[in-house]
Write a protein that binds this ligand. Structure first.
Ligand code: CA
Length: 223
């Protein structure tokens, strides 16, 4: 398995990494929440071991953001406190299971195995906004029951807008989520791709879908 290990305490992180590697896994280590989130969004991990208390963005926020980006790798949260509130917050943020520190390493392995076995049950559901239906697993989009072929980037743009229906999202935010963090290409790339999506999902149907909010960004508002 390829595992993302998110833990800022170096001694703990090293010990966990060594153990996971000895168990035959490939391990990427992130020491803070922002690094964890960008790695988790960019890579396809089989499981994520996520400490709650992290510098910057905490584990709850990492998990919530990951899920809102359509990342569905199983997440095992590590909490130093055994407070029930942390566990509830973790599960509400989209974690699949949690482990209270200190724990036996064998238990961590067993829980990871169980999560990965469970796997597909937590996959993203089909997104529906108005008469537009997007299936992230099948990578298909339809409007009014008619299938529409989109390129990978058009699909990612539409998926992001569909995860924030009726919300005005800025070009910068779209750029960060749909393109790479340090995208250095055309500054109007978002507008260009919104145009492509409109050509495929508005014009043939004669109904609006994406509203332009001048000076701000875009909002998905199907009629
Ligand atoms: Ca920590």
């Amino acid at each position: 398995m390829r595992i993302l290990l998110v833990e800022d305490e170096l001694k703990m992180a090293r010990a966990l990494r060594r153990g996971l590697e000895q168990d035959g896994h490939a391990v990427d280590l992130a020491g803070d929440g922002d690094d964890a989130l960008s790695r988790a969004v960019e890579n396809d991990y089989d499981a994520i071991v996520l400490d709650i208390m992290l510098p910057g963005r905490d584990g709850f926020s990492v998990c919530r953001e990951l899920r809102s980006h359509g990342g569905w790798a199983p997440v095992l949260m590590l909490t130093a406190r055994d407070g029930v509130e942390d566990r509830i917050r973790g599960l509400d943020a989209g974690a699949d299971d949690y482990l209270i520190k200190p724990f036996a390493f064998g238990e961590l392995l067993a829980r990871l195995r169980a999560l990965v076995r469970r796997g597909a049950t937590e996959r993203p559901a089909v997104l529906t906004v108005g008469d537009v239906v997007l299936d992230p697993a099948a990578h298909s989009v339809s409007r009014g029951g008619e299938l529409v072929a989109l390129s990978a980037r058009e699909f990612a743009l539409l998926e992001f807008l569909m995860r924030h229906p009726g919300e005005v999202v800025s070009r910068m935010r779209i750029l960060e989520h749909v393109w790479d963090y340090d995208y250095g290409g055309l500054s109007n790339v978002v507008d260009v791709y919104v145009g492509y999506v409109r050509r495929k999902l508005e014009q043939p149907f004669g109904r609006p879908l994406i509203r332009t909010v001048r000076g701000v960004g875009y909002s998905l508002e199907p009629s």
